[in-house]
Design a protein around this ligand. Sequence first.
Ligand SMILES: NC(=O)c1ccc[n+]([C@@H]2O[C@H](COP(=O)([O-])OP(=O)(O)OC[C@H]3O[C@@H](n4cnc5c(N)ncnc54)[C@H](OP(=O)(O)O)[C@@H]3O)[C@@H](O)[C@H]2O)c1
Length: 263
Amino acid sequence: MKVLNQWAVVTGASKGLGYAYCQELLKKGYHVLGVSRSAQNILALQKQYPELKVRACDLDLSTIENVYKLYDLTKELNVTLVINNAGYGVLGKFQDSSLDSEINMLTLNIDALHILTKLFTQRFLRFNYGRIINIASMASFTPGPGFASYYASKAYVLRLSTAINYELKAEKSKVRVISVCPGPLKTGFWDRAKPSEAKQEYKSGVPVIAVDVYAQKSLNKALKAKRKNYILIGFWNRVMRFFMAVCPKSWSLKLLYKYQVSR
Ligand SMILES: NC(=O)c1ccc[n+]([C@@H]2O[C@H](COP(=O)([O-])OP(=O)(O)OC[C@H]3O[C@@H](n4cnc5c(N)ncnc54)[C@H](OP(=O)(O)O)[C@@H]3O)[C@@H](O)[C@H]2O)c1
């Protein structure tokens, strides 16, 4: 492994996909700054990579002030990669789901990601170097009855990132803002998404890719992407994407509604 002397900032680093990204980035020789409400566990990765730097930062990014605080903390670091991964969902029919939880979710999934994307794009453009990877979802491609606000938040992530990436390519910049669109992964995501009375063992209904494999494949593709705006990994996710593109909206909405409310 070659030490790159470049920093990667990963939000939502303490577990799930974000933790797996931290592991992959260290394998590639990046120093890593991991952020989440409680990120200290990632410091254990330091032992495996004594030649690299691992920093943990405990910040709740659903508070806007903390998003700016995070950016300020990175000012002295040679950051070349940002992975906006922190996010969660509030499952349930719109009429029943908690408004407070949804507003908190939208602040994290949309506002925090938007602010960090803006500030780092501006900073990277000064050096014409750097990449932002925004974690969207297969949910970005369609409205999601039964999970409405989460799907809408991920549509925002994909549309924002795609438009910025187009601008960057049109201006012949080397900076990129790439979306990654995971399908269902077995992580803590589903424990947080469900209301407490609906907690039961996670069932995706489609074959699920292991989180570490997903992180490795999606990171490799997102780091290499030149023309692509978003990354899809796995046969079933491609099938779902194709289905969503060709299937009449009334069918996909009906199927999604059944799928989400049966969870
Ligand atoms: N799992 C799936 O099926 C799936 C599918 C498509 C897309 N995604 C997306 O993938 C991303 C990662 O999700 P995951 O599946 O890895 O879920 P996860 O296991 O629940 O991990 C979420 C991460 O975000 C952090 N986080 C949550 N709230 C935060 C806050 N307010 N401020 C800062 N950090 C916060 C969590 O750490 P703390 O609890 O310590 O704060 C954790 O590190 C999300 O954007 C999610 O929408 C997931």
